[in-house]
Design a protein. Structure first.
Length: 425
């Protein structure tokens, strides 16, 4: 947005800030929040605090630095209000779980470490955050964030103290952070219709099992080497010799990688599906859905533990799910695989739409990073990172609201609720 567009939106922005920052106790802090959001939305290649302060007529670098890096305002109630406000407007078809990386120099920024950096496509020094987004075919919005803490930070007392990392925060796998985030959102009264995720999460049997335990449907990508048993196969229990431990039920044949199962179906089994209208015309490809039973040591252990907890024993049967396979026209072999625990009768077209809906958060990340400076934060502290990410999320939510419906009805927060129903303008 240029300066004229930002000024034209200031009245709407003031109402938005009054609502989502109602939990911030001081009026001057809320005013700085308004100023910071305008800085993020204003045109400019760099969205560091210094650069934004120079562009804003009321920008004060020292005040903004203090507001983001030293101020003690809690970002969680702000994110909660954004989520409560945005979910009804977006009307999500799914929640998308993903992570995003922030390349960094040096080792003093909170939770920075050499690790895989998606932004660079290789191992590099970076921070990584797990995010959950509400997604529809027309809009999306980040609902909550978790900063991933590498193992090397778990016991590095000096760096933890210097960056202000809370004592109770330690290393936790990304898939666990994703489930933690979903649980936190549930505590806010927000429940996903379906969860979608890339293979970084979908490949993990514990993540899929965690969603199923919570009664949450999913459509998640997996790699071609995930192994499965065909739906119709049944485990057998070898006869007991009378000595030693009784044999456990097991499948007679070894599980097959999904790539082998897909190839065995033959191209003629795949049906063309169109899932949305793209900028260059309809998005379409060929798909097949088959029922399978995911295998592997971890999947087997999780199935046995669940059955034993419920019935006291296990008959060896692995849970069944749907395997969705994509084989584009002209490709020599299938190119995409997804697992879903949605009901067996779910139409293939619906599975495809959900599998492909993650494109919306790629749009999110482009705007969050390139348009709003998500990865431009130059501070080192835990509080500063979380404040900046919250402010960027707020700016993104405000812009999404304006695109969706400038006069959309939104639930009022308790601190701003008038005596009669109102509309956010």
């Amino acid at each position: 947005m240029d300066a004229h567009e930002v000024n034209r939106a200031r009245a709407k922005l003031a109402l938005f800030v009054a609502d989502v920052f109602a939990s911030v106790p001081r009026k001057d802090q809320r005013a700085k929040g308004d100023c910071y959001l305008r800085g993020l939305m204003l045109d400019g290649r760099r969205k560091s605090i210094q650069a934004m302060a120079e562009r804003l007529p009321d920008g004060n670098e020292q005040n903004l630095q203090q507001f983001v890096n030293q101020s003690t305002w809690d970002p969680v109630p702000v994110r909660r209000r954004i989520a409560e406000r945005m979910v009804p407007q977006i009307g999500p078809d799914a929640w998308a779980v993903d992570d995003v990386s922030f390349p960094k120099d040096g080792n003093q920024s909170v939770a920075v470490a050499p690790q895989y950096c998606g932004a660079l496509g290789k191992q590099a020094n970076c921070q990584v955050a797990v995010s959950v987004h509400a997604v529809s075919d027309t809009a999306s919005c980040p609902l909550q964030w978790r900063l991933f803490v590498p193992e090397e930070w778990a016991h590095d007392a000096a760096r933890r103290k210097k960056t202000g990392m809370p004592q109770g925060v330690g290393h936790r796998e990304k898939w666990r952070l994703a489930l933690d985030t979903i649980d936190e959102l549930a505590g806010w009264g927000l429940v996903p219709p379906v969860v979608v995720a890339d293979a970084g999460y979908g490949q993990n049997a514990d993540f899929r099992d965690g969603l199923s335990e919570r009664g949450i449907g999913y459509v998640v990508a997996v790699r071609s080497d995930v192994t499965v048993h065909p739906h119709g196969t049944e485990p057998l229990t070898p006869p007991w010799s009378g000595h030693g431990r009784k044999p456990q039920p097991r499948y007679r044949d070894k599980p097959s990688p999904v790539v082998a199962l897909a190839a065995g179906q033959g191209r003629q089994a795949f049906t063309e599906v169109t899932w949305r209208e793209g900028s260059r015309g309809p998005m379409r490809s060929h798909f097949l859905a088959v029922r399978v039973r995911p295998a592997g040591v971890r999947a087997r252990r999780l199935a046995r533990a669940a059955a034993t907890a419920q019935a006291g024993c296990w008959n060896g049967v692995l849970p069944e799910v749907t395997l969705l396979i994509e084989w584009p026209e002209g490709a020599e072999a299938p190119t995409g695989y997804w697992l879903s625990n949605l009901p067996a009768g779910t139409p293939v077209a619906e599975l495809v739409r959900l599998a492909k809906i993650r494109w919306r958060i790629e749009h999110d990340y482009r705007e969050l990073k390139h348009g709003l400076g998500l990865d431009h934060f130059e501070g080192h502290s835990w509080a500063g990172w979380h404040h900046h990410v919250t402010l960027v999320t707020a700016a993104h939510a405000f812009l999404t609201e304006q695109r969706l419906a400038p006069k959309a009805d939104t639930a009022d927060s308790p601190s701003t609720r008038p005596s009669t129903p109102s509309k956010t303008c």
